[in-house]
Structure formats: structure tokens, C-alpha cells
Design a protein around this ligand. Structure first.
Ligand SMILES: C[S@@+](CC[C@H](N)C(=O)[O-])C[C@H]1O[C@@H](n2cnc3c(N)ncnc32)[C@H](O)[C@@H]1O
Ligand code: SF4
Length: 468
């Protein structure tokens, strides 16, 4: 293994005397794990503090986003916050589905898209996230068609649930959606039942069959999985990985289970408390098993080796425009957040405004840290681009972050002068970084939910009658 100092016997004796057991035969591997554990604990602690500061939003009264800047590329994100049942672990912006509210919402989404088009934006990529964007497929199709017409979009990604992988829905998406991302979480029926997904979305066997049938209908299928469920054993995880590969999906995302204050009660009751100490070992299994067939695209997304070509300098979109309730936009160093309230969103869009309700302007140093985290999450960082954009080298501007990463042996020896790569055995560092960032975003969502009117808050509570 790389970057691991040789441990002499006296250090081992000291560690053993402090209750940390190390065997000389396995010392290199164990010390590396120990170092990674200390490093990730420290990283989690620091990031908890930093992200709270980062995401300290101020109320905004602006009607629209600033217009596009010449030469910049942006991606468009559209949020559809409705689900047929609410999963106990999920803290995303989502409400229990009601057809009339969802139809009004889609109409408003199209109005907000028109406002963005009037500002002069063009996009090549559109991402529909949720919630469940396919919940009203006729409305979704109309919205995709409008977006294609307004912005010249060439590639559409969309999230869905396994019960929507029917020939009727897939036929409507054909020619419109290029990448469909299906939330599976696990193929194990006991786990699916605990997550309240079994009765609504189908058994593991049904879900597997539906994905296999969908592969080839659309250009790309991604499967979303979660690892480290409290009752997930190593055997269940290995079986989940095996079935994911068997599904034929050309992309797989394996998220670590993340808890959030808004769902911790429902989550503890339904699936148990998350034990983060198991996370590195489970992540290693995911990485080792998947790497037979897939190659990592980010710290938790993998693409089939035989299909996807990876361009080292593929255009990454740092800046994005978000439409819909609870969506985020990141433009020119500022984060804009749309209202989480459906009635407020309705009122704003129908008075000719976008749904923006809060803003956070990042200072230059914070913008650099954001770039550092987001690029390294995708396992590589373009130093030359960094210098061009910020007029400072990454070594001089983020020397502390770089020192930490080097001490952790984070960078691969195959890194080039202008491209830093995360070492294959250090991807877990980026998992922890992103997990803590999401934890910060979850606190923000929680604050937004606290501000909802009582009838809307009821719509986002996990309802036993619906999810049983
Ligand atoms: C927010 S959902 C939206 C798409 C769709 N409704 C679904 O269930 O997949 C997207 C993905 O986020 C992931 N996710 C949601 N809550 C999570 C949590 N607490 N921890 C880890 N991953 C989570 C799940 O893998 C899920 O498939
Ligand atoms: S994970 Fe469950 S609650 Fe969350 S968006 Fe997907 S279906 Fe809805």
C-alpha cells in the first residue's frame, strides 16, 4: 500500500498500551485504517462546524436570479416534491402526493421555466429530481418538452421509483429522458419492509425484474442503493451488490445511510439507529465488489466499465439554476434557495417572480473550498482551472486542506501536474466530506420545514396509514 509509514515496534507497543490492538503481521493495513479513522473523525468534526457557517442563509426579497454570464455553462435542475408514500429515512423536500396540488405545481414549474428563459439562460443538461418526478407522467412530459424548446437541452436525467417502471411510463419517457435513476435502496425484502417500500414499490424480486426489463429501453439506467442500514448484515450487502450487477444497470450509486434531525425519530423507530463505525468497512466491500464490473465516477457513483467512456476533462457544471419548491441555485459564488412552501411557491410564481426565498453569498475563500470539495468528490481536481478561475494556486490558497489531504495519503501517485486524483483506497475521505455537507443541507431543509403552515407540515410527516 502507498503512503504508509513503516511502524516500528515501540509505536505498536504504545498503541497496544493505550488499548488499541495491533498485530505486527497486519500492522501496515491496520495502521492505515487507524490513520483513516482518525482523519475522517477529524474531518467530520471540522466539516460540521464549517457547513453550518456556510449555510447560514439570509431571507431574500429578490424577484429573479441574475442573468447568465457570457462563456459560462450551467445545468438546470427541476424539483418535483411529491411521493406516493414517505420513506422514514428521507429528509429531502417531499410531500405526500395529492393530484390537484401536483397538477398546479407542474403548471407553476413551467411558468418558472419561462421566467428563467426570459433571463436569457441556455442549458444542455436538465436534471429532474424529487420526490418522484414521474408521479404525473403527462405533466412531466409536457414540462420536458417545454424545457427542450426553451433552452436547447440535449440531455435529460430523471429520478423515479420502481413502481413507475411500467411499459406505459417508459414509452412516454422514450426519446425524452436519457438517464433514468431508479431508487431501489436494497433488494432485501426485510429491509424494504422496514423502509416502508415493500408494499408500495414491490418486492426485491419484482424490482430486479422491472429494472432488467427497462434496461435498453432508455439509453442509461442508474440504480440508487443505500448501505449501512442498521439491520443490514455483510451478507445482505453482498447480495444487494450482486443483484445490482445482475440488474444490468449501467450506473450505480451507493449512498451511505444518513440520518437527519427531521427524520431521526421515524427512522430510529422504523429501521433503527445508524452505526457510523461500520461505514468504512461496508464502503470497502461496496468498492471492492463493484470494481469487478464498474469503475468509480465519484466517491459513491459507479459506471459500467464496458459502456462508459470517461473523458478526463469532461465539462463539469459547477453552476446550476434550480426551479421548483425547495430547489437550490449556485451562481457566481452565491447560493439561492427557493421556498419550501407549495402555497408560497404558487403565490410567488403567479405574481411573475421566481420562488427564491433565501440567499447566501460565499466569500472567495469559501468558493475555493466549495470547488475543492465538489471536484474531489468526483475523485479529481483540475489545478490549472482552479488557478485560472481564482488567480491563486490551490497550494497557496488552501494550504491547510492540501496538507491534510497529503497527510492522509489522499492523492494518487498517478496524479498529473494539472490533475490531482484521489487514491483508490482513499475514496472514503470524500464520502465523509459529502455526508457532512449533506448533514448541513438537511439542517437547512429542517429550518425551512419549520416555517411551513400546519397543513403543509402535515403533508411531509411520515404517515403510518399511508406507508404501512
Ligand atoms: C431523494 S430520492 C428521490 C428519488 C426517488 N423518490 C427515490 O426514492 O429514489 C433519491 C435517492 O436519495 C437517496 N436517499 C434518500 N434519503 C437518504 C438517506 N437518508 N441516506 C442516504 N441516501 C438517501 C436514496 O437512495 C434515493 O433513492
Ligand atoms: S426516498 Fe422515499 S420519500 Fe424520499 S423522495 Fe424517494 S420515495 Fe420520496
Amino acid at each position: 500500500m502507498k503512503n504508509i509509514p513503516v511502524i516500528d515496534k515501540s509505536i505498536l507497543d504504545q498503541l497496544n498500551a493505550n488499548g488499541i490492538s495491533y498485530q505486527t503481521g497486519r500492522a501496515r493495513r491496520s495502521f492505515s485504517d487507524f490513520k483513516l479513522q482518525i482523519g475522517t473523525d477529524l474531518l467530520a468534526y471540522v466539516l460540521k462546524k464549517v457547513t453550518r457557517k456556510y449555510l447560514d442563509l439570509k431571507p431574500a426579497t429578490i424577484e429573479k436570479l441574475p442573468g447568465p454570464r457570457a462563456g459560462r455553462k450551467y445545468v438546470l435542475y427541476a424539483h418535483v416534491p411529491f411521493c406516493e408514500s414517505l420513506c422514514p429515512y428521507c429528509s429531502f423536500n417531499r410531500f405526500l402526493y395529492q393530484e390537484d396540488r401536483a397538477r398546479t405545481y407542474f403548471r407553476n414549474l413551467r411558468k418558472e421555466l419561462q421566467i428563467v428563459a426570459d433571463l436569457g439562460y441556455k442549458f444542455e443538461s436538465l436534471y429532474f429530481g424529487g420526490g418522484t418526478p414521474t408521479i404525473l407522467v403527462d405533466e412531466l412530459v409536457e414540462t420536458i418538452d417545454l424545457a427542450k424548446q426553451l433552452f436547447g437541452i440535449r440531455e435529460v436525467s430523471c429520478e423515479t421509483n420502481p413502481n413507475h417502471l411500467t411499459p406505459e411510463i417508459l414509452n412516454q419517457l422514450k426519446g425524452r429522458v436519457d438517464r433514468l435513476s431508479v431508487g431501489v435502496q436494497s433488494f432485501d425484502n426485510t429491509l424494504l419492509k422496514q423502509m416502508s417500500r415493500l408494499s408500495k414499490f414491490g418486492t426485491g424480486e419484482e424490482v430486479l425484474r422491472r429494472i432488467q426489463d427497462a434496461v435498453g429501453v432508455l439509453p442509461s439506467i442508474n440504480v440508487d442503493m443505500i448501505f449501512n442500514f442498521p439491520s443490514q448484515t455483510e451478507e445482505i450487502l453482498r447480495e444487494d451488490i450482486r443483484k445490482t450487477i445482475e440488474s444490468g444497470a449501467n450506473q450505480v450509486t451507493f449512498y451511505p445511510l444518513m440520518s437527519a434531525p427531521s427524520v431521526s425519530f421515524a427512522m430510529d423507530r422504523a429501521i433503527g439507529k445508524v452505526d457510523y463505525s461500520r461505514e468504512p468497512a461496508f464502503y470497502r466491500i461496496v468498492n471492492e465488489e463493484l470494481s469487478q464490473v464498474y469503475r468509480p465516477m465519484s466517491a459513491w457513483t459507479y459506471a459500467r466499465k464496458d459502456i462508459t467512456m470517461i473523458d478526463e476533462y469532461i465539462v463539469e457544471y459547477e453552476e446550476y439554476v434550480g426551479v421548483g419548491s425547495g430547489s437550490f441555485s449556485y451562481l457566481d459564488g452565491s447560493l439561492y434557495v427557493n421556498t419550501f412552501s407549495l402555497s408560497e411557491y404558487d403565490r410567488m410564481v403567479n405574481s411573475g417572480r421566481m420562488g427564491i426565498s433565501a440567499i447566501r453569498k460565499f466569500e472567495k475563500h469559501q468558493q475555493m473550498q466549495y470547488r475543492f470539495m465538489m471536484e474531489l468528490f468526483d475523485l479529481k481536481l483540475n489545478r490549472t482551472q482552479f488557478k485560472q478561475d481564482f488567480n491563486q494556486s490551490i497550494e497557496s490558497s488552501l494550504w491547510l486542506e492540501m496538507l491534510f489531504m497529503r497527510m492522509m495519503g489522499a492523492f494518487s501517485k498517478t496524479s498529473k501536474r494539472d490533475l490531482l486524483r484521489i487514491s483508490p483506497d482513499r475514496g472514503y475521505l470524500m464520502v465523509v466530506m459529502m455526508r457532512e455537507f449533506f448533514a448541513g443541507v438537511n439542517i437547512l431543509r429542517e429550518q425551512a420545514r419549520q416555517a411551513l403552515a400546519p397543513n403543509e407540515r402535515l403533508m411531509c410527516l411520515v404517515n403510518d396509514k399511508v406507508v404501512s
